[in-house]
Design a protein around this ligand. Structure first.
Ligand code: COA
Length: 159
């Protein structure tokens, strides 16, 4: 059976930690769809089209990774795309409770869809998009946490 996985997230912006998970997933599964969620509730810095575009730029070099954006339920996207696996990154025990809850609810809505948890390299365990935005907003150097096109985009966005 072809293993088609979806890695969903807000990606506001995509970070080196996300890339680490995507690279690992791309070696485990035939296709990985990086799905950029609308996430209006998070009031993102970059709009959905910008997050999609930036993620596409960063991931263009990995042949079995596709990037798209979505609105609505993840299980509906999985059904539309014929995906049978959700990939989520778990950085610490703090992520785990929420992730297990989400995996459980997704399973109740679509029992044939399994969630697989991957851990990023420990150097990215403390990283989050919110912290990257916060550091950049205060003039800090984020070059160690995001690819260079993302750093440029944040600097431009924050003026
Ligand atoms: N490296 C760095 N940061 C990471 C990371 C990693 N490997 N893994 C997670 N993170 C960070 C993200 O940067 C993000 O940080 P932020 O909150 O500061 O932006 C945080 O962890 C979690 O974000 P993310 O992985 O993007 O998840 P999310 O909570 O923003 O997105 C969705 C969750 C989009 C997957 C979920 O809301 C969803 O499926 N939405 C669709 C609607 C739906 O189906 N709802 C029902 C779900 S049961």
């Amino acid at each position: 059976m072809t293993k088609k996985a979806i890695y969903p997230g807000t990606f506001d912006p995509i970070t080196n930690g996300h890339l680490d998970i995507i690279r690992r997933a791309s070696e485990l599964f035939d296709t990985v769809i990086v799905a950029v969620a609308q996430s209006s509730g998070k009031n993102p810095l970059f709009d959905k089209a910008e997050r999609l575009n930036l993620s596409q730029q960063v991931l263009s070099g990995i042949s079995n990774v596709e990037v798209l954006s979505f609105d609505g339920l993840l299980v509906n996207l999985a059904a539309d795309e014929g995906a049978n696996i959700i990939v989520r990154g778990v950085r610490s025990i703090a992520d785990f409770e929420y992730e297990v809850q989400m995996a459980g609810m997704n399973r109740r809505m679509m029992p044939e869809l399994d969630t697989v948890f991957l851990t990023p390299d420990s150097q990215w365990a403390d990283l989050s998009s919110t912290l990257v935005r916060d550091i950049a907003r205060h003039g800090g150097d984020v070059s160690g946490f995001v690819p260079s096109n993302i750093e440029t985009a944040i600097t431009k966005k924050l003026g």
